[in-house]
Design a protein around this ligand. Structure first.
Ligand SMILES: *[C@@H]1O[C@H](CO)[C@@H](O)[C@H](O)[C@H]1NC(C)=O
Ligand SMILES: *[C@@H]1O[C@H](CO)[C@@H](O)[C@H](O)[C@H]1NC(C)=O
Length: 265
């Protein structure tokens, strides 16, 4: 895959770290890129629905002010007394705040030749948990992008019992299901949970305190030797057999029964 032409370049460079915030990577990056390299370049992975449920009254009706937008110190948001009606010129969508977006869609968001990205940016300024809606609403309200959505956030998550309001901490007992899901990311895992070592060892093949190995490591293997201390190009993609698990998930998501019927519903 050519490096300049890859729409997932940013994705690759940021996610070379196995652990970002509280998201954990379950595959080697080359395995993920390998599967992506077979897919149409314009797909956007977002879990989304127009069925707002409880979020209509907890999210869409309230108007909030976030002083963090204009103060140098973070503080809590506060809400206006008035409630607002649902928008009429676009339809609201909501879903998981984790998304994997195509270069072309992001350029549409940033370059601003169309007013919708900016209109929604202004609308979501006063919206609680805007990352759960901005891209979802934008992608589904524009005819050029509606057909590019894959309704999945590529994460493995479980909601806590019984409240279902927060993601549960994933532990050893979830490991098998995490692997079976084929999802490239997991959320969330408490710091220092032993399952992280199991993921490093069995899924990422990462030796303790060393880099995750990949096609870019050119040094020799051996006791006390870290092959990644000698490195070549970061674009060397050497997928492993593990990539099959991700491939299976992607094939299921793009299956004719799943794909079109779940877009922007
Ligand atoms: C999106 O898909 C629908 C239904 O298959 C089709 O009618 C429409 O023309 C497509 N839009 C674009 C921009 O390709
Ligand atoms: C998850 O782990 C964090 C940090 O270890 C802890 O503070 C939190 O209470 C745990 N959450 C649940 C739902 O068990």
């Amino acid at each position: 895959m050519s490096s300049n032409g890859s729409p997932y370049r940013v994705f690759y460079s940021t996610l070379s770290l196995a652990f970002i915030a509280d998201i954990c990577l379950l595959f080697l990056v080359p395995d993920i890129l390998h599967i992506f390299s077979y897919l149409p370049r314009d797909l956007n992975f977002l879990e989304h629905t127009s069925d707002l449920g409880w979020k209509e009254h907890q999210r869409a009706r309230p108007i909030i002010i976030d002083p963090g937008l204009y103060h140098s110190k973070k503080s809590g948001v506060f809400s206006a007394k008035e409630k607002r009606s649902l928008p009429a010129s676009f339809k609201l969508y909501t879903g998981s705040s984790w998304v994997v977006l195509s270069r072309s869609f992001l350029e549409f968001c940033i370059w601003g030749w169309d007013s919708l990205p900016r209109t929604l940016l202004m609308y979501y300024t006063n919206f609680l948990s805007s990352p759960e809606g901005y891209f979802h609403t934008l992608v589904c309200n524009h005819k050029d992008y509606q057909n590019t959505t894959v309704n999945h956030d590529l994460h493995y998550m479980k909601w806590d019992d019984p409240s279902k309001e927060h993601p549960a901490n994933l532990t050893m007992e979830h490991f098998d299901n995490m692997v079976k899901s084929g999802a490239p990311f997991a959320h969330k895992i408490a710091e220092n949970d032993p399952v992280l070592d199991k993921i490093d060892k069995e899924l990422l093949k990462r030796p303790r305190d060393k880099f995750t190995p990949g096609g870019w490591c050119l040094g020799s293997y051996g006791l006390k030797k870290d092959p990644c201390m000698v490195y070549g190009t970061a674009d060397a993609i050497k997928p492993s057999l593990n990539s099959k698990r991700f491939e299976k998930l992607v094939l299921r998501l793009l299956d004719s029964e799943n794909f079109r019927s779940k877009q922007c519903k």
